[in-house]
Design a protein around this ligand. Structure first.
Ligand code: ADP
Length: 730
């Protein structure tokens, strides 16, 4: 019990003299410092027993006891409580030499002579003894506590050791001041060293690191110290037997108050398995990526040689081997290498014709999809001839996978390892098989493509032949049409005037009219009119033909619009006067860029028609204006071509008459050759039916438009527009 904060203390008096005990009690009762509980006994044995039971805070011990002396008591007590120091004040009757030192040796704290005993010195000695006792108790408690802690620590250390051992984790502790490193047993084992053999030098550690990883390890340690961050790094070490192992280290640097690095402590674990698993995973991913890349390439490309070349290149690179090739069978199961990828140090075999026909058995097994894998050709079951063949091209190990086209054996995808024997891994065989099946798809695809190409070529040829035939037919048809047209013209347009001429001239020739000069004159007139008409017709036909022939080479020039219109009017003045029709011109523009003669011809034609179909005493008006390009967009033609060309300048000619007009269904057809509103028009009006066709041809050659607007019975207005350069001629 902790009594330090409490004033109560228990004192055991071991004294055979009752009077002396009473004195002591008396003294103690005067001590204000503590409240004493006093136990008394007269013998040493009883005192020892009491001590065991009560554990008093101090003992006042008489040196002379009936059963033993004070020293014997002290020795017995020491033995009993196993403590060298005892909270005992020894009281003696008389001074005895060495007694004091003997008593102290036996563990007593204080020594007092009964003869000099006072209240004061008893109190002082007792207080010291009590204090001493308390200190001893505290020390004892601390020791117990300490022992307990030590046991816990021992246990923890053992647990940690076990944990480290079972986790195969090594620990290093690097004193940066001395440069010494400490490794635990596991660390040494992980580095392939015998337990206890590590000499603590950084150089020894450094020598264990794989040469390629040394700089990185060093840099990582330095960075961790400089940046006050934990280090975590993976590197390779090389054991004395040359084997390479992957290690992961983690650690931390410790700094003093001045921020100087004192030591770094950390762990190491072996990560070979993790590394292998990662490598395995990486290989798997690489394989998948390769197959995927090839698949994508095959989907994208139809170029079989390119696909095959990529395949052999990729396989060689992936397997890190010397030679990969694609061998294609011929019909007699011989064949040749069609693509090859070979490393620079080894010879290519594609140029050599080394393959003899495959044995029947080999072909059969390939047809069944069986793969040949030889890790070492010398330990494989290969016949001598074949072995010689393989030897001649430096093959040590080979892997041969059949390639199919549909269900037929097409060829082989072959991998050669030349520098040493090689154990082909199942994953590698699987990869080459997958690529061989991708190649099969590519072959089929290329085949289909070639077929499609052939079909396409055939179809194109057929189409071309058909086009030629069509063109020929069209040509024939147009010749036929021309012929028909010509026969039509000849039979109708030419024959009609010729017949009337023939009739008139016949009558004259027979002399039937010799006596009738009036009649004769009439016949001659008819013959003359028809001759004129014939000439006009022939001229018109020739004119149209000329226009068609020169459609692409108009020689435009600047001319005065008013002058051109006036010229046409002048030509027609006679006819107008004869018909009793007035001609009126309203021209609002100056220069125009045209073929002047052709525009005069067009105007003459249109004015001529207008006069022809006008009743007498009416006016034919001719108007020449410029059209606002924006407003013009709303017109019948420009709404169809809303491009920038519609914004160019335009002049518009309008020839209006008050004649009979043109029915709506003829508004467009009258611009075709030999088209008339009425079949009698040409006869009655002396027309040829070609005038408007000529006008249309001329206007269109000027990139213009021509049309008629008419109110049947109330006259017609013929319009034509001509595009003009934006900048007017000055
Ligand atoms: P033609 O020599 O017969 O006049 P065109 O080609 O000039 O040949 O005219 C074709 C036909 O168009 C005419 O026969 C006539 O029926 C009709 N036509 C032309 N201009 C007019 C017009 N101003 N008024 C009425 N009909 C016309």
């Amino acid at each position: 019990m902790d009594t330090t904060n409490d004033k109560s203390r228990t004192i055991l008096i071991v004294e055979d003299s009752l009077s002396y005990r009473s004195l002591l009690r008396d003294y103690l009762s005067q001590d204000n410092r503590y409240n004493y509980t006093i136990l008394e006994t007269g013998t040493g044995a009883e005192g020892l027993k009491q001590y065991r039971i009560v554990q008093p805070d101090a003992i006042l011990l008489d040196y002379v006891l009936p059963d033993m002396n004070g020293l014997e008591f002290l020795q017995a007590l020491q033995q009993q409580i196993k403590k060298p120091d005892l909270p005992v004040v020894l009281l003696t009757e008389y001074e005895k030499e060495n007694l004091a030192s003997q008593a102290i040796e036996c563990g007593a704290q204080q020594y007092l002579s009964k003869s000099t005993l006072t209240n004061e010195n008893l109190r002082l000695s007792l207080h010291n003894a009590i204090k001493q006792g308390e200190l001893l108790r505290q020390v004892a408690e601390l020791k117990v506590q300490n022992d307990r802690n030590l046991r816990v620590l021992d246990r923890k250390e053992e647990q940690l050791r076990l944990a480290l051992a079972s986790a195969q984790m090594g620990i290093w502790d690097w004193n940066l001041l001395t440069g010494q490193m400490q490794w635990n047993r596991e660390h040494e084992e992980l580095f392939g060293l015998a337990p206890g053999s590590f000499d603590g030098n950084y150089e020894t550690f450094d020598r264990c690191i794989h040469a390629e990883d040394r700089a990185a390890v060093h840099e990582c340690v330095v960075r961790s110290i400089e940046t006050h961050t934990s280090l975590c790094h993976q590197f390779r070490i090389v054991w004395a037997d040359g084997s390479i192992h992957w290690i992961e280290t983690r650690g931390e640097a410790y700094f003093n108050a001045a921020g100087e690095a004192m030591r770094t402590i950390g762990t190491v674990v072996n990560i070979d398995e993790r590394q292998q698993a990662q490598q395995l995973l990486q290989n798997q991913l690489d394989r998948q990526r390769l197959v995927l890349d090839m698949t994508v390439q095959i989907r994208r490309s139809l170029d079989l040689p390119e696909i095959l070349q990529t395949t052999v290149d990729e396989v060689r690179q992936f397997l890190q081997i010397e030679r990969v090739l694609v061998y294609k069978f011929a019909s007699d199961w011989s064949g040749n290498v069609i693509v090859e990828s070979v490393s620079a140090d080894w010879s290519a075999i594609s140029t050599e014709q080394i393959y003899h026909p495959c044995s029947e058995a080999a072909v059969k097994s390939f047809q069944q999809g069986i793969v040949i894998e030889n890790a070492d050709i010398y330990s494989a079951e290969i016949d001598d001839l074949h072995l010689q063949l393989l030897e001649s091209v430096q093959i040590m190990a080979n892997l041969v996978v059949p390639i199919f086209k549909g269900t037929d054996l097409w060829g082989l995808l072959i991998a050669h390892h030349c520098s040493a024997p090689r154990q082909w891994q199942p994953s590698e065989i699987d990869l080459v098989k997958q690529l061989a099946s991708q190649v099969s798809i590519a072959i089929q695809q290329a085949n289909l493509f070639a077929q499609a190409q052939l079909e396409l070529t055939h179809r194109k040829q057929a189409e071309m032949t058909l086009q030629l035939l069509n063109a020929e037919i069209e040509q024939r048809q147009s010749v036929e049409t021309l012929k028909d047209e010509f026969i039509g013209i000849v039979s109708h347009e030419l024959r009609t005037p010729l017949t009337s001429m023939q009739g008139a001239l016949g009558l004259l020739a027979m002399g039937l009219m010799d006596d009738e000069p009036e009649q004769m004159k009439r016949m001659i007139e008819i013959a003359s009119i028809e001759t004129e008409r014939l000439v006009r017709l022939v001229n018109n036909i020739l004119d149209l033909d000329k226009l068609d022939a020169n459609s692409n080479c108009l020689e435009l020039e600047w001319g005065d619009a008013n002058l051109l219109a006036q010229t046409a009017i002048d030509v027609m003045t006679g006819s107008a006067a004869a018909a009793g029709v007035d001609l009126e011109l309203n021209c609002q523009i100056g220069q125009i860029f045209v073929v002047p003669d052709r525009i005069v011809q067009t105007l003459t034609n249109l004015i001529g028609n207008a006069i022809k179909f006008s009743p007498s005493n009416t006016t034919v008006s001719i108007e020449v204006t410029e059209i606002d390009p924006i407003l013009d967009r709303a017109t019948k033609f420009d709404s169809l071509r809303a491009d920038s060309a519609t914004l160019s300048r335009r002049v518009r000619f309008a020839i209006a008459d008050r004649g009979r007009g043109i029915p709506a269904d003829k508004l467009e057809t009258i611009f075709n050759r030999f088209q008339q509103v009425d079949s009698s028009d040409s006869r009655d009006k002396g027309g040829t039916g070609l005038g408007l066709a000529i006008c249309k041809s001329i206007v269109e050659q000027h990139q213009g438009q021509i049309w008629v607007e008419s109110d049947w019975g109330n006259g017609s207005t013929f319009f034509f527009t001509l595009p003009q350069p934006m900048h007017q001629h000055s």
